[in-house]
Design a binder for this molecule. Structure first.
Ligand SMILES: Cc1ncc(C[n+]2csc(CCOP(=O)(O)OP(=O)(O)O)c2C)c(N)n1
Length: 345
């Protein structure tokens, strides 16, 4: 796995010395990680993926040109690698047989491929960052990378604000939330990044919340990894600047509440289903209990504080926030009920 990490909370806890969440397995293998600035992280990860695939194209050319110059066993492994080069587990297994065979054969082609052996296994390319990066500053690059067809996976940890620099409002901040640059509550609705990405049709998109449904969250990660094209996972991430009245120790519970009241619906959009004539959008949560919406907002200081400073204004903005969520829910319901039989390939 290779990770391109935009600067933000995830790069700080991801890359701090002396401790880091990343490690190696018993074979000494683990992810590699790089931190980009903040405006170009999607491009940074895309560059990593492109560089690796260019080296792997080179391996394929060497193999194709040397089928007749190696033993039938090695030629069979070359053919197997070419056929499965996009499969992480398969290429790992082939690499484990091919490398010793090439080391033993001591022929010209073996030296060339052994020099590139670190590229034999398909890399899993991930691009991590927050909403300030994904929705605002890095959005042009993110859109560009998602619009291409390369196999990269994007994880947005959506705190609905620029957390690492003290909680500035982003285009992900919801109506009525108090954040820096939105001291009287954000007047405008949250950008629907998932809907924009789904409009392309070829992007795997999931909106997840670990606290609402862990199985759905893991399924989305596995599906994004397996999808042979760009994937985008938007993960709800409570943060200190939200001011959870129940405390950050209950952030998983807060996530559950957000999904149950309709604030954060969870779903998966898998373009592979469309090829089977099925609707690609699957909504993974029940009809929200909208009656709990205001209680959810009042459980967080980022909303509750507006009631104290601007009570009338607060009521209007919270009603607007709720009706925007209800509209978004109905929009997803409409999309999820469309007939896709004509799209079967
Ligand atoms: C081009 C650029 N502008 C500003 C900064 C300063 N900066 C570092 S982290 C950050 C906020 C990141 O917010 P977000 O992407 O939402 O991630 P979070 O901290 O919420 O995880 C900013 C503005 C930077 N690193 N690069």
């Amino acid at each position: 796995m290779m990770i391109a990490n935009a600067t933000g909370c995830s790069s700080i806890y991801g890359g701090s010395a002396p401790s880091t969440p990343y490690t190696t397995n018993s074979c000494g293998e683990g992810p590699s990680w790089g931190n980009s600035l903040f405006e170009d992280n999607a491009e940074f990860g895309y560059g990593m993926a492109t560089a690796v695939e260019t080296m792997r194209d080179r391996i394929q050319t060497i193999m194709e040109e040397n089928m007749a110059n190696v033993s039938p066993e090695v030629a069979a492994m070359f053919a197997e690698w070419i056929e499965n080069r996009a499969d992480g587990n398969k290429t790992k297994e082939i690499r484990n047989r091919l490398v010793p065979a090439l080391e033993a054969c001591n022929c010209g082609v073996s030296t060339e491929i052994l020099e590139l052996k670190q590229y034999l296994v398909k890399k899993s390319q991930w691009i991590f960052g927050g909403d300030g990066w994904a929705y605002d500053i890095g959005y042009g690059g993110l859109d560009h990378v998602l619009a291409a067809s390369d196999d990269v996976n994007v994880l947005v940890m959506d705190t609905e604000m620029y957390s690492n620099t003290g909680g500035q409002a982003s285009k992900s901040t919801q109506t009525g939330a108090v954040a820096k640059f939105a001291a009287a509550g954000k007047p405008n609705k949250k950008k629907d990044l998932a809907a924009i990405a789904m409009s392309y049709g070829h992007i795997y998109v999931a909106q997840v919340s670990m606290g609402a449904n862990q199985a759905q969250y893991l399924k989305a990660i596995a599906e994004a990894e397996a999808y042979p094209g760009p994937s985008l996972i938007i993960a709800y991430a409570p943060c200190i600047s939200h001011g959870l009245k129940n405390g950050m120790g209950n952030s998983q519970l807060e996530m559950k509440k957000a999904t149950e009241c309709g604030y954060w619906p969870i779903f998966r959009y898998n373009p592979l289903l469309e090829k089977e004539g099925k609707n690609p959008l699957q909504i993974d949560c029940k009809e929200p209990n909208w009656d709990n919406y205001n209680d959810y907002l009042m459980g967080e200081v980022r909303y509750a504080t507006l009631v104290k400073s601007h009570p009338d204004h607060a009521a209007n903005l919270f009603a607007k926030n709720k009706s925007e969520s209800q509209r978004r829910w109905r929009q997803y319901q409409r999309l999820a009920s469309l007939d896709f039989t004509a799209e079967a390939k």
